[in-house]
Design a protein around this ligand. Structure first.
Ligand SMILES: NC(=O)C1=CN([C@@H]2O[C@H](COP(=O)(O)OP(=O)(O)OC[C@H]3O[C@@H](n4cnc5c(N)ncnc54)[C@H](OP(=O)(O)O)[C@@H]3O)[C@@H](O)[C@H]2O)C=CC1
Ligand SMILES: O=C(CO)COP(=O)(O)O
Length: 380
């Protein structure tokens, strides 16, 4: 077979899975990742805070609270003792919601081995500090390799064995470049890869993290407009312009544009913006249909990362001076009391811009105040 001369030669290498993976967080995604790592042949400890919810994982191979209809592999070791989970662990997956990451890291700090790599799996930016999850973890756990596992991965589907792909991103050091198969990204990728779950390797955790945080907010926007009765044109416009916001923020923070066109960017964005299975899209749909926030999800507490991300992502964007009009619209509606119809009508009548951003043009939009009010009424 002839090789295209423009392609670099690729070496096929064998990476060794980690012997023991500690998964911190026993919700739907933590349980799914524990199942994947177990199926990939690792010893797996799964830490959660509720003994009653954890017990059936060992006795019946089920997480009855978070993934009730998914058969889990035997041998996952659930525990409420974080020291026990981390004892002998050669890699850690941190899978609690972003608001809980700092506290769980603080609890883990005395027990985690030196140099053990930590992959952050929550999709968010810390509201108070504007820090990404890898930075929060580093503040609490000190120097060690930090990376991210992210992508278009509904937990239930991944755990049921639907073909799924995700990105594992760690910054590549000089040592990793000399022996890429021994890098944390490569070893973690093979530690979760199964016949149906395929991990890709990246050296751009910033791009990957920003993808996950921003897509949650855009998915709420798509849900709001879908709930308000609009359809495919509107959704395609929000996804595409949302991708542009994601790209601009990732670049401003040192990430790469092409990462955002990968699994953890457009991949996850298109997943969450296409299906009410997404909690973010679903919240948006309910609000777009006119439900009050406290009536959404029948009043149940549900992890919707995009709610907090709407604030933290736009705060971060203000700091690095990146305009993010769709995320700002969601922020205004969720956190500043803006009327949903008026806010989206204003978004559609905002000044006409260049596509791409580098074509730095702004034109007055011809829609007058009456037209804006008209669209707002149609949304309401
Ligand atoms: N679900 C999915 O499809 C995917 C989710 N993610 C991301 O993974 C992260 C976790 O979400 P997910 O698993 O879905 O959430 P779930 O709602 O399914 O579960 C959340 C889990 O976190 C636990 N938890 C919450 N707060 C704390 C705390 N302070 N200390 C310890 N444990 C805590 C909960 O414990 P308890 O049960 O006791 O309340 C529960 O086990 C989110 O950032 C999400 O965006 C990423 C990819 C896919
Ligand atoms: O991140 C996810 C899939 O990749 C899950 O999305 P939701 O949190 O919107 O359900």
């Amino acid at each position: 077979m002839t090789r295209n001369k423009t392609q670099p030669a690729q070496l096929t290498m064998r990476a060794k899975p980690y012997e023991k993976v500690a998964v911190l967080g026993a919700g739907s995604w933590g349980t799914a990742l524990a199942a994947l790592a177990r199926r990939a042949g690792c010893r797996v400890a799964l830490w959660g805070r509720d003994a009653e919810a954890l017990a059936p994982i060992a006795t019946r191979q089920r997480n009855l609270r978070h993934l009730p209809d998914v058969p889990l592999p035997a041998g996952i070791e659930p525990t409420t003792d974080i020291a026990e989970a981390l004892d002998g662990a050669s890699a850690v997956l941190l899978v609690v919601p972003s608001r809980a990451v700092r506290g769980v890291c603080a609890a883990a700090a005395p027990h985690i081995g030196a140099d053990v790599p930590v992959a952050l799996c929550a999709k968010g930016v810390e509201p108070e500090s504007g820090l990404m999850m890898t930075q929060v973890a580093e503040e609490e756990l000190g120097p060690r390799p930090y990376g991210v596992l992210s992508g278009p991965t509904f937990a239930r589907e991944a755990a049921l064995g639907h073909p799924t792909a995700a990105t594992v991103a760690f910054p590549f050091t000089h040592v990793d470049r000399l022996n890429p198969a021994a890098s944390p990204a490569a070893r973690l990728a093979v530690s979760v890869s199964t016949e149906s779950f395929r991990a890709y390797i990246s050296d751009d955790p910033v791009g990957v993290e920003i993808g996950g945080a921003v897509k949650n907010v855009i998915a709420i926007a798509c849900g709001m407009m879908t709930g308000a009765g609009f359809a495919e044109n509107t959704r395609a416009a929000l996804i595409t312009r949302g991708l542009d916001e994601m790209k601009a923020l990732a670049e401003a923070l040192g990430g790469r544009r092409e990462t955002v066109t990968g699994l953890a960017g457009i991949g996850d964005l298109s997943l969450s913006c296409s299906s009410p299975t997404s909690r973010n899209m679903s919240l948006g749909m309910q609000l777009g249909q006119g439900l009050a926030r406290n009536a959404c999800f029948d009043g149940r507490p549900v992890v919707v990362e995009g709610e907090g991300n709407a604030l933290s992502v736009t705060d971060l964007a203000h700091r690095v001076r990146v305009p993010m009009p769709i995320c700002e619209t969601v922020r205004a509606i969720l956190h500043e009391g803006a009327d949903l119809g008026t806010a989206f009508a204003r978004l559609w009548a905002s000044p006409i811009e260049g596509e791409p951003r580098s074509l730095a043009i702004l034109l007055d939009h011809p829609a007058d105040a009456d037209a804006v009010t008209g669209l707002a009424r149609r949304i309401a």
